[in-house]
Design a protein. Structure first.
Length: 241
């Protein structure tokens, strides 16, 4: 059976991808950092469906923890889908960005993704698909999240560079750039903020984690076998680069 590894796979977009790839026939290894309850809830739901799955605690901002993940017994079977989904986002005005905030965000969102790939690369199957979860903000920028935008911009550039480097092989690397998705990041919106957010989206609604999971499923399937280095914008028309 194929193995999918999803970092940050216990909540939000990651949980939706874990469930979708499980329905596609993958065994699931998901990682989490702080929210063990959400991760175990996903595992419990999948096991009720007789899915072979496991949750592993990994702080992707700590390189030593990431490399321990490479020694997990399941890695011996090979990784067929690697979803680099983990991340952090603390809002603050760009003009007030501190070097500590920048370092922490880059360590998790960018260096952590590179570390996960580097640690698991030797376990990737010959036809593996790597999917990095980026952001529209990695292209357009953000006045209240410059560090987040920078980390996602770096992730995009690295993933596209890796795609070129691996293009000779059957391994592919693509990026999903979500727009406004109805996850915990937006949970603090009051009614007025939510209304303003919806008014900016041509489709008139927020995206759902399942909207992103569907695209991840496509990128891990043979239907996308001639795609690599692509950035797929899933944002309801909010941003059209």
């Amino acid at each position: 059976m194929k193995l999918a590894v999803i970092t940050g796979g216990g909540r939000g977009i990651g949980a939706a991808i874990s469930k979708r790839l499980a329905s596609d026939g993958y065994r699931i290894l998901l990682t989490y950092n702080n929210d063990s309850q959400s991760a175990e809830s996903v595992i419990s739901e999948l096991r009720q469906q007789r899915v072979d799955c496991v949750a592993v605690k990994v702080d992707c901002g700590q390189t030593d923890e990431v490399f321990i993940l490479a020694d997990h017994p399941w890695m011996q079977y090979g990784v067929d889908a690697l979803i680099l989904n983990h991340g952090m986002y603390h809002r603050s005005p760009a003009r007030e960005l501190t070097m500590d905030d920048l370092q922490e965000t880059m360590d998790v969102n960018f260096r952590g993704a590179v570390a996960v790939y580097t640690a698991l690369s030797r376990h990737l199957s010959p036809h593996a698909s790597v999917v990095a979860i980026g952001s529209q903000l990695g292209i357009r920028g953000s006045p209240h999240g410059a560090h987040y935008a920078a980390s996602k911009g770096a992730l995009h550039a690295w993933a596209r560079s890796l795609a070129i480097d691996l293009a000779y092989s059957e391994q592919r690397v693509n990026i999903i750039a979500p727009g406004a998705i109805d996850t915990d990041i937006l949970a603090g919106d009051d009614n007025e903020k939510r209304k303003q957010r919806l008014e900016r989206i041509p489709m008139g609604r927020l995206g759902t984690p399942d909207d992103i999971a569907s695209v991840a499923s496509f990128l891990c399937s043979p239907d996308s076998s001639y795609m690599t280095g692509a950035i797929l914008h899933v944002n309801g028309g909010l941003f059209l680069p």
